[in-house]
Design a binder for this molecule. Sequence first.
Ligand SMILES: C=C(O[C@H]1C=CC=C(C(=O)O)[C@@H]1O)C(=O)O
Length: 417
Amino acid sequence: MTVAGRGAGARADQRADPAELLAAYRRGDFFLSTAERSILARGADTVLDGDDIDGLDTRLSQALTGAAHPVAVGVLPFATGATGATGAAGGEPGEERAVARFVLPRELWTAEPAHGAAAQRATRGVPVPAEVTPFPAPEGHRAAVQRALAALDESDLRKVVLARALDISFTAEVDPACLLHNLVRDNTGGYTYAVELPRAAAGSPGPPGQRSLVGASPELLVRRSGTLVSAHPHAGSAPRSSDADVDRRNAEALLGSAKDHAEHAMVTEAVVAALRPLCRRIDVPPEPSLMSTSTMWHLGTAITGELRDEGISALRLAAALHPTPAVCGTPTPAARLLVGELEPFERDYYAGAVGWVDTTGDGEWAVAIRCAQVAERSLRLYSGGGIVAGSDPDAELAETSAKFQTLLRAMGLDLNL
Ligand SMILES: C=C(O[C@H]1C=CC=C(C(=O)O)[C@@H]1O)C(=O)O
């Protein structure tokens, strides 16, 4: 693979072999494989971070003018804007909050999707964990779902997405490249990604040092290509099964579930409400479709539209949509507050977004779910599910366990937690 570096005759868009691109990924790089392409970005000519996405968008378009490559890659946290997940301005004094981070890379390659190439290769070994700790414990998640159901009953809240985490520690270093390789191999569709996160500050919870977010998400937050805008919200879930009959029955039950359709409709409505004022035309299929990953069935709605104003970048579109009720709830402010109250951890970049934007404003942002935050010798996996009237605490717990399988399989772990 030829290296594109500044001063080394770099072209803006170096095409590479997808297998080589995946094999070249190392901790600290940005990698994203979609159904259309793979992107690998390395090094940083410029790093921009902060809370105010619109302000960052302006700074990015200035920085991109004359940059080595016409693309910025980045990550958005779950809680963007001036308020954190709890809704309290700025969070607690001295508390480190996750902020959006963009990199104008020194080196950039694109290739065909990497999934096919990875399927030809063996899985890569991930060390055996020393300890696996669900956070909260299963009982705690059931109790949180019960409290969410009470809130749905007593207030105008219609949906809230509650997540739990799995903390996994190792005695040896975990290489995010192995996880990424296995995720690309196992997930032939969707968005498989690895992105460097800002270093945890000394004194903040969790291990200090380099951290990456690695995952395989089925969900497109937004893509912009010229005036064409697309979003593909997913909500409503059932587990896949290795038994073909059970697998088919799970899919049929999901397609026939009024509760899952209601849970899904709230996401589609919110996405359409955010996009409609920005579009001269918007197309929304009347019914969601059945979508699949290697571990889950979902309901998904592919929404497309034509923008009125090409001046609105993919990043601004992402900010207008995020967080959708697929990861937060309806109405958003009440759901955000409840997430902060009921989840015993900060989401940081889980349920945020990973993607890119270029000089023309085109770009693509995936919802950062089915992921793990990877430090040197520890991982935190995240998994959440939408709670609506009629949700059952045991079924919700089982749904988060099933969603953990995306990462657990990539680690070669047969665990049901
Ligand atoms: C919040 C997650 O999934 C979302 C995406 C698809 C289906 C979902 C659900 O059925 O609850 C969630 O909205 C997650 O995987 O952590």
